[in-house]
Write a protein that binds this ligand. Structure first.
Ligand SMILES: Cc1cc2nc3c(=O)[nH]c(=O)nc-3n(C[C@H](O)[C@H](O)[C@H](O)COP(=O)(O)OP(=O)(O)OC[C@H]3O[C@@H](n4cnc5c(N)ncnc54)[C@H](O)[C@@H]3O)c2cc1C
Ligand code: FES
Ligand code: FES
Length: 509
């Protein structure tokens, strides 16, 4: 059992003991190491000022996969056995790297407070484009990672997408986006080539197989390397907080006074980072390990379920999606979380593992009340089985929020319909944000079943929706607004599916 965290920061080995380990990486960088290039503004993952690159061993254990994350919501024990690159570590042989140079050339900073975060986010994009094989070539292709062609110009859309997690209060975004579009990708050196990677990887690998237990002032942090030992820790300790990406847990620790006595990270658990497609007699099912990040899922699902890809595209920011997991989003139990409506409507199942073995729980049975789950004390989520929609089904997913990116939903809906001979042969309707849990609305489904697939049916079903839900007014939306959304979403669904039909028939002709 190891009692120190092994971390590399800009190529230098750090061994961090318990006294220092219970803090966010951003504090450690700034306060313990004096690396103040990494800034902290919001301390809750919203502004990107604290962005750093984190390199973790990929599935093969032979490479480090570098992605940008928010260091204010990454506690050190989550980062065991990884390589952090901060803004201080970006120069190449003492010279600004092409991203930094482009920010200078295009006057991308005034006060400069946000600048390190923007530079890291753009380096994340450049590294991703330059280093498509960082997950292993086959995997990258499977995950739909785009390849960068030599001489290719970066589009405004691509740059903006990579910067949705970064806020600037004084420069104005135009100069920053121009800097991003003009960065010289040809000259950008992937992170893997900047440091002595072979030596770093060998050391990380030697440590990664050892369990980590840190204890200070009655608080424990545990990184198990087997499910059996994870289940035993959960059983033996009271109120253990499981942490995967930490994008919920760490915000609660930074801002809402969560101070767990026992915390268990899933980061070293084997076998939970795989993502595969399984053929079953009922159709194709995606098997998603509990450590698969939302970003990996986004890439894998892009062509398979574009509807869900669109939801993930507006989910948090790249930094949040590079850390957060689907398992964490489900276990968070929020009625306005973005993935549960889709998982519900597709009748997904959650695999949980405990001391008594493995069992599967239907999404519909997973929540027992507001933020309460049907998990036993010793169990954790290990996988999600997601049936994919069939060609004849019409699926639409809705997220209503005040702004497009980086916002919490006020209302969500998932609608899945099968139409045969212009009659509705199957109907599933799920709403989020209208009660303590994400829920199906059988009354609305009943109002659709067997009826003609026409506007009047959906208008009538919308009226039923308004009758059977009882949303509350809160900071995100009023009760009346949510009632109106639930009613109107039904007709919106009809108009959109009719437009899709028209598009399809135009294509056929
Ligand atoms: C800036 C910002 C933007 C966000 N935007 C969105 C958004 O657009 N849409 C949205 O839905 N959410 C959003 N979130 C919330 C959060 O990112 C998601 O809920 C995310 O999916 C959580 O995953 P995680 O791995 O980080 O979970 P963690 O924070 O690690 O854990 C979340 C919860 O799940 C539990 N848990 C984690 N893993 C397991 C497991 N394997 N078994 C059992 N329990 C487990 C934890 O104990 C905790 O209760 C946002 C958060 C931030 C900070
Ligand atoms: S300080 Fe704002 S995201 Fe970390
Ligand atoms: S330059 Fe001041 S916040 Fe961006």
């Amino acid at each position: 059992m190891r009692d120190y965290i092994l971390l590399y920061i800009n190529g230098e080995e750090q061994r961090i003991t318990a006294a220092q380990a219970f803090q966010p990486a951003s504090d450690y960088l700034r306060l313990d190491l004096g690396k103040c290039g990494t800034k902290v503004v919001c301390a809750e993952g919203d502004c990107g000022a604290c962005s750093v690159m984190i390199g973790r061993l990929d599935g093969s254990g032979e490479k480090l996969d570098y992605v940008p994350v928010n260091s204010c919501i990454q506690y050190l024990y989550q980062l065991d056995c990884s390589h952090l690159i901060t803004v201080e570590g970006l120069k190449i042989e003492g010279q600004l790297n092409p991203v930094q140079q482009s920010m200078v050339d295009h006057n991308g900073a005034q006060c400069g407070y946000c600048t390190p975060g923007f530079v890291i986010a753009m380096c994340g994009l450049a590294n991703d484009l330059k280093c498509p094989s960082s997950n292993g070539t086959a995997d990258c292709q499977k995950l739909g990672r785009e390849k960068f062609a030599s001489g290719q110009k970066l589009t405004e859309e691509l740059v903006k997408d990579s910067l949705t997690g970064n806020l600037c209060r004084c420069t104005g975004y135009e100069a920053i986006i121009n800097a991003g579009m003009a960065m010289d990708i040809e000259r950008f050196k992937p992170f893997a080539s900047l440091y002595n990677e072979a030596e770093i990887i060998a050391n990380l690998k030697a440590h990664a197989s050892q369990e980590l237990l840190l204890e200070v002032d009655g608080c424990k942090a545990f990184n198990p390397t087997s499910l059996a030992s994870a289940n035993r820790f959960l059983a033996d300790n009271e109120k253990v907080v499981i942490v995967s990406g930490g994008t919920d847990v760490s915000v609660n620790m930074n801002k809402r006074g969560l101070a767990p006595k026992a915390i268990m990270s899933t980061s070293a658990l084997p076998g939970l980072d795989d993502l595969s497609l399984v053929e079953t007699p009922e159709g194709r099912v995606m098997s998603i390990g509990a450590r698969v990040t939302l970003r990996q899922l986004e890439r894998a699902i892009k062509d398979l379920v574009p509807e869900f890809y669109d939801i993930l595209w507006v989910y948090g920011s790249p930094q949040i999606r590079h850390a957060g997991t689907l398992a964490g989003n489900i276990a968070n139990g929020s009625p306005i979380a973005d993935s549960p409506p889709f998982l519900f409507v597709m009748d997904a199942e959650v695999e949980v593992t405990g001391l008594d073995g493995v069992r599967r729980i239907a999404m519909a049975d997973f929540y027992t009340g507001y933020k309460t789950l049907s998990l036993k004390k010793d169990e954790l989520i290990t996988r999600i089985f997601l049936p994919l929609p069939k060609a004849e089904e019409i699926l639409r997913l809705y997220k209503v929020s005040r702004r497009q990116h980086l916002d919490i939903s006020a209302f969500t809906a998932a609608i899945r319909i099968t139409v045969k001979d212009n009659k509705i042969a199957a109907a599933r309707v799920i709403f989020g944000g209208v009660g303590p849990v994400v829920k199906s609305v059988p009354e609305v489904e009943k109002a659709l079943l067997g009826k003609p697939h026409e506007l009047a049916t959906y208008e009538a079903a919308g009226k039923v929706a308004r009758e059977v839900i009882a949303p509350i007014t809160d900071v995100r939306a009023s009760r009346d607004y949510r009632l109106a959304l639930a009613e109107n979403i039904m007709t919106k669904f009809f108009y959109e599916s009719a437009a899709e039909d028209k598009e399809r028939s135009l294509v056929c002709r």
